[in-house]
Design a protein around this ligand. Structure first.
Ligand SMILES: [Mn+2]
Length: 354
């Protein structure tokens, strides 16, 4: 297992130098944030980012994410050119030996929350989600009321997308995902890249939009769309863990032993009443996710891929990008590495890898 950390580029208040100081973190998860969705990620631009990361003594381990254009998810005729561009981006990352690609297939919005800075009794702040409150958000004037998405879409763009998706049900979305993967996965395989789909966050429909990557049977179906090792998962315990019916350690066992988990996102959520949750500190005791059992499962399947602490709270007065401060994520990385070390099989003789 390689411990990694997400970094948002030169604008990120959490610098590569700070990340390098977190014990045991050797890999970076990043992306090009200035390429319009659908355009090719140029090899030179990816190489420049890789160079910055290498200068800091870190490895560019994962691209999270190359966004999938809405026209691909909607199955519009323009998708073929967009898929061709996507393939070119994959070839470019593969040529630079960046071998893990995280992506998602969520219509319009990926992660959604109802408060990005909910104050907890200890004065830290966390992201929370309340399904009833979300349902009350008015999108008729655009995304202004949706935390984290205020400027993402104008009213016209959003209305256009929402009405286009009214014609796409879950089965059609599955069909459009299959169409995409049938074309992209062979290119990934040739390029030495493995793909990991990120589950839907939260793992249920929002605003009437179809959502399909939400539980074990969906993940199994996804793997069967193109039965190739390059077609795999980003296993996010925070996203899947919002639904208490998901057996997370069992899923790590079953998908990990098939060699299909390519990237691990470890995050804890405290699931409050149905379809409500609050992001909590990484250790098992603070949320509904049994992190020890999950790490045990990763140990048992011999997981060798990248892992990262996922969102953290804001603590110690830190300000910055919600969920992506330095301190709580660093505590998360240290906790996960501690579990990993403690769960080492005695016959492994104390090595830190494997
Ligand atoms: Mn995640």
């Amino acid at each position: 297992m390689q411990m990694t950390f997400r970094w948002y580029g030169l604008d990120d208040p959490v610098t590569l130098r700070f990340i390098k100081q977190v014990p045991g973190v050797t890999g970076i998860v990043s992306a090009l944030y200035d390429v319009p969705v659908g355009e090719v990620w140029l090899k030179e631009s990816i190489a420049e980012l890789k160079g910055l990361i290498a200068e800091a003594g870190l490895q560019f381990s994962v691209i999270e994410s190359i966004p999938v254009h809405e026209d691909i998810k909607l199955g519009r005729p323009t998708r073929d050119q967009l898929i061709e561009n996507y393939c070119q981006s994959i070839q470019n990352m593969g040529a630079l030996d960046i071998t893990v690609l995280c992506y998602n297939f969520m219509p319009v919005f990926d992660w959604t929350r109802t408060d990005l800075a909910f104050r907890l009794p200890d004065d830290s702040t966390a992201l929370i989600y309340n399904h009833d409150l979300l349902a009350k958000i008015d999108l008729s004037n655009g995304t202004g009321e949706l935390p984290g998405w205020a400027t993402a879409y104008t009213a016209d763009e959003l209305n256009g997308l929402l009405s286009a998706y009214r014609e796409v049900d879950e089965e059609q979305l599955w069909g459009n995902l299959a169409y995409f993967l049938e074309r992209v996965v062979p290119v990934a395989t040739e390029s030495g890249v493995v793909m990991g789909i990120h589950p839907d966050d939260p793992p249920w429909s929002i605003f009437g939009l179809p959502r399909i990557i939400k539980n074990e049977s969906a993940l199994q179906r996804l793997l069967g769309l193109v039965d190739s090792p390059a077609n795999g998962l980003t296993f996010c315990t925070g996203s899947l863990g919002a639904d208490p019916d998901n057996d997370l350690p069992g899923m790590v066992q079953r998908f990990g032993s098939q060699g299909r988990i390519h990237f691990a996102h470890n995050r804890n959520v405290k699931v409050t009443p149905e379809k409500c949750f609050q992001e909590s500190p990484h250790p098992s005791a603070f949320g509904s996710v049994d992190m020890r059992a999950i790490m045990q499962a990763y140990r048992e399947v011999g997981f060798t891929g990248p892992m990262r602490p996922d969102h953290g709270r804001m603590i110690w007065g830190e300000t910055g990008r919600p969920g992506y401060g330095l301190y709580d994520r660093a505590l998360g990385a240290t906790y996960l590495l501690g579990l990993w070390e403690g769960l080492q099989h005695p016959e492994n003789n104390g090595g830190t890898d494997g």
